[in-house]
Design a protein around this ligand. Sequence first.
Ligand SMILES: Cc1cc2nc3c(=O)[nH]c(=O)nc-3n(C[C@H](O)[C@H](O)[C@H](O)COP(=O)(O)OP(=O)(O)OC[C@H]3O[C@@H](n4cnc5c(N)ncnc54)[C@H](O)[C@@H]3O)c2cc1C
Ligand SMILES: *[C@@H]1O[C@H](CO)[C@@H](O)[C@H](O)[C@H]1NC(C)=O
Ligand SMILES: *[C@@H]1O[C@H](CO)[C@@H](O)[C@H](O)[C@H]1NC(C)=O
Ligand SMILES: *[C@@H]1O[C@H](CO)[C@@H](O)[C@H](O)[C@H]1NC(C)=O
Length: 493
Amino acid sequence: MIVYISYILLIICVIVQCNHDVTPKTHVAIVGAGIGGISTAYWLKYYLNDSVAITIYESNQIGGRLKTINIDGDEYEAGGSIIHEKNLYMKRFADELGLEKLNVPKALPYVMTNDGSQTLFSTLHRYIPNLFLVLWRYGLDALRLNFWLGRKLSNFIRIYDYQDNGRIFNNVEEFLQMLDEDFSKATRTSFRKYLFEHGFSKRFIDEIGQLATLVNYDQSVDTINAFPGLVSLMAAGSTLWHVKGGNHLVPKQLLERLLKQSNVQYVNGHVKSVEEVHRIDINDQGGNVRLSYKPVNSELVHSVDYDHIVLAFPLHRDNINDFVLQSTDLFNQYDYRMQSTHSNFLSGKLNCQKYNLTNDECQRLNAIFYTKSSLPYRAVAEQLTVNTNKKSTNQSIYKIFSPEKLSSEDYKQIFDNDKFQLIQDIPWLAYPKYEYPQKLPPIQINKNIFYVNAMEWSASCMEIEAISARNIAMMLTKQLGFELRRSDKHIEF
Ligand SMILES: Cc1cc2nc3c(=O)[nH]c(=O)nc-3n(C[C@H](O)[C@H](O)[C@H](O)COP(=O)(O)OP(=O)(O)OC[C@H]3O[C@@H](n4cnc5c(N)ncnc54)[C@H](O)[C@@H]3O)c2cc1C
Ligand SMILES: *[C@@H]1O[C@H](CO)[C@@H](O)[C@H](O)[C@H]1NC(C)=O
Ligand SMILES: *[C@@H]1O[C@H](CO)[C@@H](O)[C@H](O)[C@H]1NC(C)=O
Ligand SMILES: *[C@@H]1O[C@H](CO)[C@@H](O)[C@H](O)[C@H]1NC(C)=O
């Protein structure tokens, strides 16, 4: 009798596949293989493991805005380049993958100028310590800054404890509120006004504040809201690192590792639209959302149904024709714009005469920062290779950030006449164009469509994308009725 029952059970099991470990319950598509999309896959596997099947779609290159360029055999960071020491998820990924973290050298010797006609500040003096120079120019503001930013940072890093303990935020506003009441207020005011209200002087705002936002987000203290402003300042005064070999190795190698697990697929293709499927027959077991894509090297459009779709690229008015989000009126793509920024790579010799530098100072000059936002360029900095953190042995390689394409007249303002060569100009839709009060897109566009890059409209950086990814993985896990696995390792602060 017992044998007989077991036999029946076995047959039933074969038919319905009792072994849940091999039958994913949920099919998720992720659109975008940048750090946002790949870390979403990482966290989904972390929480749901074999209960989820994941397909990742990418129309271009794995890594997205993380990318290096090769110049004479050396690699240089062309997109997202620096990572804060307290960015614990980027650190976790690098450590798990066995990638080496290289510290970015403290500020290169530089001059800060308004428009090139007047030197505001210089760290080129050999015998005067920088700290003294900073205090001389910015007085108490300089001292207060570190203390104040330290407090803001310690509020920001509460996010790791919250997420380890399974705390979800349902929208960007809730994320900011949860960390610091002041972060949410910051999104509603200009960075200039915010710094002024926090007691900083006009000179400090015009120079340090402005330099930070122009270099980080190509936007000025007068147009950007104060949250990305704060994030820019934090980058200015801390220990920073990057991944040896290039930051793009994080998404690339995470993906390689994920593809070795069961039920993870990668598709090289352009996703054209995502729409909800309204099923008339309730017994119809298909997915809730339909994704249509065109594989590379093919003109045929394929459609696949999924239970859930995660969008991991920014939606804005300039890509409204490349991608259509159908039957969702929760979200107006036209409300959001991206800042165009060019990374121009050149070899050459900086125009030192213009800054009245001595020969000795000229030799040490590595970077020039411009604080006037109406200029066509933001900053020029000599580049270190991502493999060795050293300068090229052959020639000096510089990167110039500019909002538009530069002309050779523009380059001549920066370099010694004719002693320069343009190597490559890489145009980016780099980060959101911030405003105040800042409109913030929804993280959950509808029941089955999630949007990682909604968080980019608080501040764009690799770490925020990884935080957003974990939040969405937790939302989905909870929505599916699974227990949220608590963190097994305590993250150190
Ligand atoms: C010049 C520059 C400097 C920066 N500096 C820093 C820095 O120093 N530190 C820092 O932390 N951050 C920096 N950032 C920001 C950082 O790079 C981004 O916040 C982060 O890389 C965004 O990752 P993501 O995965 O969300 O988006 P992306 O990297 O943009 O990835 C989205 C992916 O989706 C793909 N995709 C888009 N549409 C479709 C579609 N319809 N179908 C299929 N695939 C699609 C794209 O090809 C892309 O690969 C910088 C960015 C730039 C451009
Ligand atoms: C998923 O489960 C398998 C065993 O079933 C295990 O080996 C693997 O480490 C798990 N993956 C994650 C990300 O937890
Ligand atoms: C130096 O430059 C030359 C060409 O100008 C190139 O062939 C060579 O590979 C470069 N060497 C290094 C180490 O970059
Ligand atoms: C260089 O010196 C001249 C004459 O003293 C001065 O007018 C000019 O502003 C200086 N240039 C810079 C960039 O400081």
